[in-house]
Design a protein around this ligand. Structure first.
Ligand SMILES: O=C(O)CCC(=O)C(=O)O
Length: 273
């Protein structure tokens, strides 16, 4: 097992440091921040206007992704986009620490508001978090519940008929203990397990926090019944957290695309943050 896969299996996510050129990151950020104007506060979830192939702007992150999902052929699409999520200081909001999981501003969720969720769903094959600038813990970092993957996997295994989003995570978060702030340097790409529950937090610093989310969609649903040693790291994390070597899972409900609230707001030209 490679060191990267080892860390992914242990933590449920892995940071590829130095994946993108800081000068490239900065040029994208400066353009986008100029569009936000002065006086903006709080979080801004901006739509994508430009996209790049991972191989072109983040080759080490592309190689890591291939390793985690079982090779290039397993991926239907992936990429880096300038759909920046800018988190600015907000005088109206109170900063909360990662362990304060019940803070009024917490918005714990599993990503994927556009499809019906199954244990083996291919749509959100992995969760990518791109650090377009340095991110410190008090700067509105994304908080992740590192021990949420097992409870989410158990919930989905118990619902082969599928679950429409949002996947309920309140009980999962209440039962978990290991909450962390995702920090790192400009140009880091973090690949996280799709079942990792996470939330935005409040920026208590005077520096904008700038990240984006990206997703890799798989061509086929995940498999948990492959011969030993043949599971992808993303599949293996599910098996590890469920405490089994193999699992026969068959979805009984219909897979489907769902128009998300976010998409409806975008189409109506309303704010999406
Ligand atoms: O802004 C953040 O830190 C979190 C973003 C997020 O959770 C999301 O867009 O799904």
């Amino acid at each position: 097992m490679s060191e990267l896969t080892d860390r992914f299996r242990r933590d449920g996510y892995v940071a590829v440091e130095g994946a993108m050129d800081p000068a490239f990151c900065e040029s994208v950020v400066v353009d986008v921040l100029a569009g936000l104007g002065t006086g903006a506060t709080g979080r801004h979830n901006l739509p994508a206007t430009r996209s790049w192939a991972l191989d072109d702007v983040a080759p080490a992150a592309a190689a890591a992704l291939d390793e985690l999902v079982g090779g290039r052929d397993a991926i239907a699409f992936s990429g880096i986009h300038d759909n920046l999520i800018v988190n600015l200081a907000d005088p109206e909001a109170t900063w909360w620490a990662p362990h304060e999981v019940a803070a009024p501003g917490a918005g714990w969720h599993k990503d994927g508001d556009w499809f019906r969720h199954f244990l083996d769903s291919p749509e959100q094959g992995i969760l990518g978090i791109v650090l377009w600038r340095d991110v410190d813990a008090d700067q509105g970092a994304t908080y992740v519940v590192a021990d949420s993957i097992g409870p989410v996997a158990r919930f989905l295994a118990e619902h082969p008929e599928g679950v429409d989003p949002p996947v309920p995570v309140d009980e999962v978060v209440a039962s978990c203990r290991d909450v962390r702030a995702l920090t790192g340097r400009q140009g880091t790409v973090i690949w996280a397990h799709p079942f990792l529950v996470h939330s935005a937090s409040v920026n208590a610093a005077d520096r904008p926090r700038v990240i984006s989310n990206t997703v890799a969609m798989l061509r086929e649903p995940m498999r948990f019944d492959r011969p030993e040693g043949r599971h992808t790291p993303v599949e293996q994390v599910v098996l590890d957290r469920l405490g089994v070597d193999r699992l026969e899972f068959a979805a009984t409900g219909r897979r489907g695309r769902i128009e998300s609230d976010r998409e409806r707001r975008w189409k109506a030209g309303q704010p999406t943050s």
